[in-house]
Design a protein around this ligand. Sequence first.
Ligand SMILES: Nc1ccn([C@@H]2O[C@H](COP(=O)(O)OP(=O)(O)OP(=O)(O)O)[C@@H](O)[C@H]2O)c(=O)n1
Ligand SMILES: C[C@](O)(CO)[C@H](O)COP(=O)(O)O
Length: 245
Amino acid sequence: MYKGNFVSVIIASAGMSNRMGSGINKQFILIDNKPILAHTIEKFDKSKFIDEIIVVARATEIDYCKKEIIKKYGFTKVTKIVKGGKERQDSIYNGILALSDKSDIVLTHDGARPFLREELILKGINGAIEFGACVIGVPVKDTIKVVNENNQVHHTPNRALLWAAQTPQCFKTDILKKGYEYASKESIVATDDSSLVEKYGHPVKMIMGSYDNIKITTPDDLIIAESIFKNMNLNENNDGFGGIL
Ligand SMILES: Nc1ccn([C@@H]2O[C@H](COP(=O)(O)OP(=O)(O)OP(=O)(O)O)[C@@H](O)[C@H]2O)c(=O)n1
Ligand SMILES: C[C@](O)(CO)[C@H](O)COP(=O)(O)O
C-alpha cells in the first residue's frame, strides 16, 4: 500500500499545442470557466495519496502559472515549477531533476489530461509499489493497421493485445531515474515515459484505466471534454469504466 511512501507527481504542460492550433497553450483553455491545467492539478492537489507536485511549464509561462493557476486556485502541494524542454521527454526529465530527495514513488502526467479520477491515482501508486513500473491504459476499440510509407497496410496486429497508453505512468522513483539516465546515455527518444523504462529493461505492468481520461489534443477533443466534464459532475459515482462515450 501507498502508506509510508512519499509520492510525487510531475505534470508536463510545456508543449506547443500545435495540433490544437489555438494560438495559446491548450492547457490555459477554459472548461467551466477554469483552465484545463487547473482542473488537472486540482485532481492531485486534492488527493490524499500525493505529497508533492512538480509542474513543468514553458519558460515564458512560469510566472503566469504561478499567479493565474497555483496562487489563484490555492493549490498547496506544488513545490516547484520548472521549465520544459523541446520534447515531452525533455520536460519530464527536468521534472525528475527537481524531485524531492524523499520521493519514493513518482507519477508522470500530462497537463492536458484533466479528467483523472482518484481511484486511478491509487491504482497507479499501488501498481508502482507492486511492480516497480506501471502505466494506466485502456484496450483499443478500433482495429489497428500498421502501414508502410505509401499507406499500404503492412500488417494488422491482434487487437486483443493492444492497449492505448494514458497517464499517469507510475514508477518507483529510482526506476524512472534509471530509465531516463539510460535513455540519455543511449540517445533513446520515446513519446511516453514507460517506453524508456521498458528499453532500460525493467518490465512495465498495464493497469486498466478509464476511457474518459482523455488527452486534449485537437479541437474536437474540447467538445468531448465539455461532455465528460458535465457527466462527471452529474454523476460523481461514475467509475469511468463503463464507457460513457
Ligand atoms: N516539450 C513538451 C511537449 C509536451 N509537453 C506536455 O506533454 C503533454 C502531452 O503532449 P501533447 O498532448 O502532445 O501536447 P503538445 O506537445 O503541446 O501538442 P502538439 O504535439 O500538438 O504540439 C501535454 O500536456 C504537453 O503540454 C511538455 O511538457 N513539453
Ligand atoms: C504520454 C502520452 O500521453 C501517452 O498517451 C502520450 O504518449 C503523449 O504523446 P504526445 O506525442 O505528446 O501526444
